[in-house]
Design a protein around this ligand. Sequence first.
Ligand code: KG4
Ligand code: ZN
Length: 348
Amino acid sequence: MKIVLGIESSCDETAVALVREDGVILSQALATQQAEHAPFGGVVPEIAARAHLANIDRLYTQAMSEAKLELSQVDAVAVTTGPGLIGGVIVGVMLGKALAAASGKPFISINHLEGHALTVRLTHQVQFPYFLLLISGGHCQQLVVRGVGDYVRLGGTKDDALGEAFDKCAKMLGLPYPGGPALERAARDGNSKAYDFPRPLKGTDGCDFSFSGLKTAVRLLIEKEVARAGKLTPEIIADVAASFEAAVLDVLNDRVSRALAIAQRDYPITALAVAGGVAANLAIGSSLRTLAGAHSLPLVVAPPALCTDNGVMIAWAGMERLLLGAVDDLSVAPRARWPLAELTPVSA
Ligand code: KG4
Ligand code: ZN
């Protein structure tokens, strides 16, 4: 059985993993930089690049020794070559190219988003074509995954990604970084009807999202409440968090339902798959489960550790490509921007 090494360094996680053809994860080593970026309330590219460089060799050694493998036993080296923070991407690409060159094994260039998109085929038996909602800190898209390298983008965000909206609202509420999980916790004690926030693009044509108007509404409301109450009380924080989450759920329901209907009209969709860090949100998960049921589809979500950035998803995307004979040469250049729709379909 084939074995692929995966390397990820496009945002704030440095990760190396080894995956076998039958989907068994042989090892995974990961270092998150959350603590380094927390004082700044967001990812600082310069700090990210340095931290990737400081950790990546150790993580590679750890992954190989946990799997008890030599590089000569690996069949290919798969690396995120974009999109992402270019300084970080370069660090992973340099290591991947060096390993491929030294071992003579094939180098496979992976689009980070394709890594997220194909993960559900490792964790569940999902057949093409399926619908994918990608909701992370950097990305927010609705896609039909027709095959490896074969993506149809139905819509995306016009401004902030959903995770980014969570992070920014959490920051305005004085909650710790990363804000998504903190905001979800705060929302549990709040009244979701306390504030009537806007539902951007709800009911309109198309499958796009927009979250900047919602973010602005939250900011104005906070300013008003601070002026009135003198400070943000735990009660106001909980109510704003719950009302924000309710607005997000409402928008997601509307936008995803519309995109799903279009996808099902045009393709024999097999599942509603969700990827990206925001998929860890329980309220969003249960609302999407209901939505999938209404469209007679199973909801497929990878476990949280495989929803957020990791090396396994890159190794698995590499495996899918290797099995189809799609390998690259060492001339591939790292890319900051690389929409999924620019990929070329790979067939057996
Ligand atoms: O996929 P990911 O780890 O990194 C990117 O590629 O962006 O996603 C991180 C994002 C952050 O914005 C974080 O706040 C959000 O996912 N997130 C959540 C939750 N857990 C993580 N947002 C809402 N609720 C959560 N429970
Ligand atoms: Zn990601």
